[in-house]
Each structure stands twice: as structure tokens, then as C-alpha cells.
Design a protein around this ligand. Structure first.
Ligand SMILES: Nc1ncnc2c1ncn2[C@@H]1O[C@H](COP(=O)(O)OP(=O)(O)OP(=O)(O)O)[C@@H](O)[C@H]1O
Length: 290
């Protein structure tokens, strides 16, 4: 017998799924500004993200990366400007505004409840009868066997896997990732990157990742945005084939270029040289009529 969550999900998907079969939504940020105590952190930011796109945000500490993510998550209010979410219709790719997108967020710390077992953490907020989907979500991150354990006995990487399972059990249209792998060792970090990429490809949600790690941004994202002085100073398409290898010459070239831009190093390669990749991933552009 199907549970309520599955039924609700089906109804929601029928209404909101794009014609690529993607669960992901489009985002349009218009003239977005945010000030804290009179100090402007973001200044009239404009940004468009396509359904199912994976976008990474990099930039120096304190430049406003997490602020932008929190505004998109609707955890904070902008000082001015708009953020619009849209699903696309079947044939036309026209954007239909949606008011209550399913958005989930992952932080650097897992934020698991220590007094709840792993499975109960994943099932948090789900109706009781949806427990099987929580177990399935744990299976997807490879931790089904740890369902009955307490978060305290898991490693940092395993706790982040549980946090990922907890986000995915809600079948998000948009997954926001605020430096979720920042505290992990290098090997675990790469394993988690692969897991996130696999799940993103399988589920089709739109992903927005804040990271300090330019390699991570290039490994995962379709586009890397650099925030600087309150605005998007660079919007670099990463048209490398997936899965990506850090050993590729183009990977290294992009890394050097983006890092140089972050560090404002005048010796970096010109944008034009890097914009000429032949392998472009076909992200379908939304027609905004709203
Ligand atoms: N609630 C707040 N009240 C006051 N100032 C804030 C608040 N949140 C963020 N700021 C300030 O806004 C600026 C941007 O913060 P934000 O956390 O977005 O930066 P970030 O780029 O994510 O930094 P990091 O890479 O170090 O995490 C910082 O100067 C920060 O001190």
C-alpha cells in the first residue's frame, strides 16, 4: 500500500515537474540587496538558475555567500529585491511561479538531534506511516545498517550522510548546501562529493552549493559564481564532462583561473580562453513570462 507522502509527492510532481523529467525548479533573483545594521553585504544581485542546474558559490570569507543562501532559503528577508521560484510546463518551458517550493538545506554541522536514533532523525517531520521512505533514504546514502544507532557513535562523514538522507527524504526541488563538507577529511570529502553528484543526477533537484573549495566547486557545478564587493563578479560555466577528473588539464586550468579571480591575482587567464569548451551540458533555459 502506498503511503501519504508518496501520494502527495505524486500530486506535487504532476503539477510541478519540468518537461525534462527534472524535479528541479528555476530561480530568479532580481536586484537583491541585504544590509545588516546599515552595512550592505549584497548589492542589487541579479541571478538566474535553470531547473536542475548545479550552481556553486565561492568567494572570500565574509563576502556574503551564506547570506545569499539564507535569502534563497527564505530563512531571512532581503532588504530589497525579489526571489522568484518557478517550475516549468511540459511543452513550452514557460516558467510558472510557485509559492511553496520544497527547499531543504544542509549545513557544515549535521544538526542531528542527539537524543533521536539515526532513522528517527531522518524521519523527523514525516508522518509515522512514511518510515519506509526514511529507511530508503538511508539506504541511498549507504547507512541503512546504522538506522538504529545514536548520532554520537557515527563519524563526521556518516553524520553528514544522515543529514543528506534527512534532506532527500522530502524529495526537495531545491537543495541548498552551505559548506556541508567543510569539516570532513579530504578522502571523505571526495566520497561525499560523488554521492551528492550521483543523487543530484538521479533526482534532478536544483542545487546551490556554498564552498571555500574551488576544486569542489569545479568538480560538482555547472556554473561557479564568485561573490565580491556585494555582487556576482564572475559567472563561470563549467562545461567539463561528468564524472570529472581533477587530473584533467582543463580542470586544472579552470581551478587556476577561478582561484586567481578569488585572490584578485592579475596574472590569471582571460575569460575568453576558458569560455570555449566544446562539451556543453544541455541545461534548458526557462522562458520567464512573469
Ligand atoms: N545576522 C547578521 N548580523 C550582522 N551581520 C551579519 C549577519 N549575518 C552575516 N553578517 C555579516 O555579513 C557578512 C557576510 O556574511 P556571510 O556569512 O554571508 O559570509 P560568507 O561569505 O558566507 O562567509 P564565510 O565564508 O566566512 O562563511 C559578514 O561580514 C557577516 O559578519
Amino acid at each position: 500500500m502506498r503511503n501519504h507522502v508518496e501520494e502527495n509527492r505524486e500530486v506535487k510532481q504532476t503539477a510541478q515537474q519540468s518537461d525534462t523529467g527534472s524535479r528541479g525548479i528555476a530561480i530568479r533573483v532580481q536586484s537583491l540587496s541585504k544590509s545588516y545594521a546599515g552595512r550592505e553585504v549584497l548589492h542589487q544581485v541579479d541571478l538566474q538558475i535553470e531547473p536542475g542546474e548545479f550552481v556553486a558559490i565561492v568567494g572570500r570569507s565574509g563576502c556574503g555567500k551564506s547570506t545569499l543562501l539564507r535569502l534563497v532559503a527564505q530563512l531571512e528577508q532581503a532588504s530589497s529585491g525579489d526571489i522568484v521560484f518557478a517550475a516549468t510546463t511540459q511543452a513550452t518551458q514557460a516558467a510558472n511561479e510557485i509559492q511553496d517550493p520544497e527547499i531543504r538545506i544542509m549545513f557544515q554541522d549535521s544538526r542531528l538531534l542527539p537524543w533521536k536514533r539515526v532513522l528517527d532523525n531522518v524521519a523527523l517531520g514525516l508522518p509515522k506511516q512514511a518510515a519506509p521512505s526514511a529507511l530508503q533514504s538511508l539506504r541511498q546514502v549507504g547507512l541503512e545498517q546504522r538506522a538504529g544507532e545514536w548520532p554520537a557513535v557515527l563519524s563526521g562523514g556518516q553524520r553528514q550522510r544522515v543529514a543528506l538522507a534527512r534532506a532527500l527524504v522530502h524529495d526537495p526541488q531545491l537543495l541548498l548546501l552551505d559548506e556541508p563538507l567543510g569539516a570532513l577529511d579530504a578522502l571523505t570529502r571526495i566520497e561525499m562529493q560523488q554521492l551528492i553528484e550521483d543523487l543530484w543526477q538521479e533526482r534532478g533537484f536544483t542545487a546551490l552549493l556554498v564552498t571555500h573549495d574551488v576544486q569542489e566547486a569545479i568538480a560538482l557545478a555547472d556554473r561557479v559564481l564568485l561573490i565580491e564587493d556585494g555582487h556576482i563578479a564572475l559567472d563561470q560555466r563549467i562545461a567539463l564532462p561528468r564524472p570529472r577528473s581533477r587530473g584533467q588539464a582543463l580542470f586544472a586550468q579552470l581551478e587556476e583561473y577561478i582561484l586567481a579571480r578569488v585572490l584578485k591575482n592579475p596574472g590569471s587567464a582571460p575569460d575568453a580562453e576558458l569560455g570555449d569548451f566544446s562539451l556543453q551540458r544541455s541545461v534548458r533555459q526557462v522562458q520567464w513570462a512573469i
